[in-house]
Design a binder for this molecule. Structure first.
Ligand SMILES: NC(=O)C1=CN([C@@H]2O[C@H](COP(=O)(O)OP(=O)(O)OC[C@H]3O[C@@H](n4cnc5c(N)ncnc54)[C@H](OP(=O)(O)O)[C@@H]3O)[C@@H](O)[C@H]2O)C=CC1
Ligand SMILES: O=C(O)[C@@H]1CCC=N1
Length: 282
């Protein structure tokens, strides 16, 4: 791969760029990034990672092997409409946009083309993304291998069916935010019961890292690991009882289902928008 082009240089693009530049997958100036209007952001990305900011779609996409669509779902139509004349037949599109189907992308650019939908998460910035990808039939083995190389450089990669990506989005795309939410609550409570901010932060983070590594390295189930912490009549049992009374377990399940439903809805809204636009043009 010689040139990687990002349409959208926001949080997700930054996390991926940070990961791939740290791993040396591509010479940083060969990574081009465009935004709708935020030039300061592009200058920041240039300073931080050495990417090349682009002003126009031609500059961004000419001779690019891969175009990464990293704009919000609501901006997909305008971004792809501006890009479509510069998307060539041998270019691969990777879309990270939540819910946006390959069919929608093809409809906007007006033809069938090689597309990979990916759902990474922001832990890509430290090489720890949990990414799932879905591939269409026009993607060549060489393109798939280049994409595996990119996403493996920023963490773990699973290949799924396209219709499973809404579930992935609810689980691991949004997932880091759920853990940060838990961390916020743990730190706040620790401060309220008498720990210094610094100590509360340090102990919370190490507890999350330790538990995550136990989940990864131990052959024991999450239930068994939890049981091992929970002494009968002890502190953990008292704490978990409150979580159960407040319905936190069910709340987490509802949270992931709702995020996944929202991913589906974002896609459906876009699809309706595309249909009504093309109906108006017909
Ligand atoms: N953040 C996350 O954790 C994850 C996000 N995603 C997906 O990644 C995508 C991007 O999300 P995120 O990075 O968080 O969003 P951000 O809002 O941080 O970034 C979006 C970027 O897109 C640019 N943009 C908007 N419209 C256009 C356009 N027409 N042409 C070129 N650039 C444009 C914006 O530029 P400007 O500021 O100039 O308008 C902005 O830099 C979303 O679709 C989201 O679903 C997927 C996985 C995880
Ligand atoms: O919140 C969002 O819509 C995006 C998709 C997954 C994570 N962030």
């Amino acid at each position: 791969m010689n040139k990687l082009a990002f349409i959208g240089g926001g949080s997700m693009a930054e996390a991926i760029i940070s990961g791939i530049t740290a791993k040396g997958i591509l010479n940083p100036p060969h990574i081009y990034v465009i935004n709708k209007s935020d030039r300061d952001r592009l200058e920041f990305l240039q300073k931080e990672f050495g990417i090349t900011p682009a002003r126009r779609m031609e500059e961004l996409l000419t001779q690019a092997d891969i175009a990464v669509l990293a704009v919000k779902p609501k901006d997909v139509i305008s971004a792809l409409s501006a890009a479509k004349d510069c998307i060539t037949d041998n270019m691969l599109i990777i879309s990270v946009a939540a819910g946006v189907s390959m069919a929608c992308i093809e409809k906007i650019i007006g033809r069938k083309t090689a597309i990979i939908r990916a759902m990474p998460n922001t832990s890509a910035a430290i090489g720890k993304s949990a990414t799932a990808i879905a591939v269409n039939e026009l993607v060549s083995e060489q393109q798939l291998s280049a994409v595996m190389n990119i996403f493996q450089s920023i963490g773990l990669v699973a290949i799924v069916e396209e219709q499973q990506l809404d579930a992935v989005t609810g689980l691991s795309g949004s997932g880091p935010a759920y853990i940060y939410y838990l961390a916020e609550a743990m730190m706040k409570s620790a401060q309220e019961i008498g720990l210094e901010d610094h100590t509360a932060k340090e102990l919370t983070i190490q507890t999350l890292i330790g538990a995550a590594e136990m989940l990864q390295t131990s052959s024991k189930s999450p239930q068994l690991l939890r049981k091992e912490v929970t002494s009968p009549g002890g502190t953990t049992e008292a704490g978990i009882k409150v979580l159960d009374q407040l319905g936190v377990y069910d709340a987490v399940i509802s949270c992931i289902k709702e995020a996944s439903r929202q991913s589906k809805e974002l896609g459906e809204n876009l699809s309706e928008q595309i249909h009504s636009q093309s109906a108006r043009l017909d």
